[in-house]
Design a protein around this ligand. Sequence first.
Ligand SMILES: NC(=O)c1ccc[n+]([C@@H]2O[C@H](COP(=O)([O-])OP(=O)(O)OC[C@H]3O[C@@H](n4cnc5c(N)ncnc54)[C@H](O)[C@@H]3O)[C@@H](O)[C@H]2O)c1
Length: 249
Amino acid sequence: MRLSNKVALITGAGSGMGQASALLFAEEGAKVAVVDINGKAAQQTVNLIKEKGGDAVSIEGDVSKANDVAGMIKATMDAFGRLDILFNNAGYPMVPTPLIDVEEELWDKIMDVNVKGIFLACKYAVPIMRQQGGGVIINTASISGVRPRPGQSPYAASKAAAILLTKALAVEFAPYKIRVNCINPTATETPMLPLLGTTEESKKVIISTIPLGRMALPKDIAYAALYLASDESAMVTGTALNVDGGRGV
Ligand SMILES: NC(=O)c1ccc[n+]([C@@H]2O[C@H](COP(=O)([O-])OP(=O)(O)OC[C@H]3O[C@@H](n4cnc5c(N)ncnc54)[C@H](O)[C@@H]3O)[C@@H](O)[C@H]2O)c1
């Protein structure tokens, strides 16, 4: 198993890519702290993991609130006694909206969840990883942080910030043997897709811009995260791994 004896905290793990990653990480031997703002969804993921004989705890919390983040790290330590992998995957979407019509509250919300959430989780997790002698951080950014589409400037800017934050933290934390990488998914078949403005009609247009000719599936992202979480990527840090069927080329 590729994650034996590791403890992973995954945010946004009640749904979509986070849930797929939680299930895969548990199959590969990790104990998983399943964090989501939707506590019921987090518990459902835990139930799925336990049905398959894995070990997991559910933690309800908002990644954009410092108290919640401190609490989720503490709850993970209380449950499993260590933290090896922090997967900052929770994100906040937006339907395409002209910038001049974007409300300030939406801008703030997107930045709070997609950027500040990563800062806060690292702030509280890194002291533990340093003490343990190393660790792995993975962030879910987006190919829209590299190749933006019209009408999603706040979301694209937040994901570009997540990519640069990944690189900045990779060089800052390298002396402590903490690797930091991010994943840039293309449009992925999860419950978030309609919240990003994708309809059955527009799917065809989006797919026509993806050279491999399909959208991503949650497991495509989970397998990339598994590689970045495992010791197989021991020499990889500061990378933004496009899981995008070639959309970013
Ligand atoms: N689906 C796509 O097309 C797509 C493409 C590129 C990137 N992404 C990114 O992938 C990540 C995962 O998205 P998904 O598609 O699996 O979405 P999803 O909606 O299936 O899952 C996201 C989960 O995050 C949780 N969440 C939202 N805000 C939170 C917060 N403040 N604190 C804690 N949990 C919170 C939600 O409750 C939900 O369970 C996000 O960062 C998203 O921006 C998605």
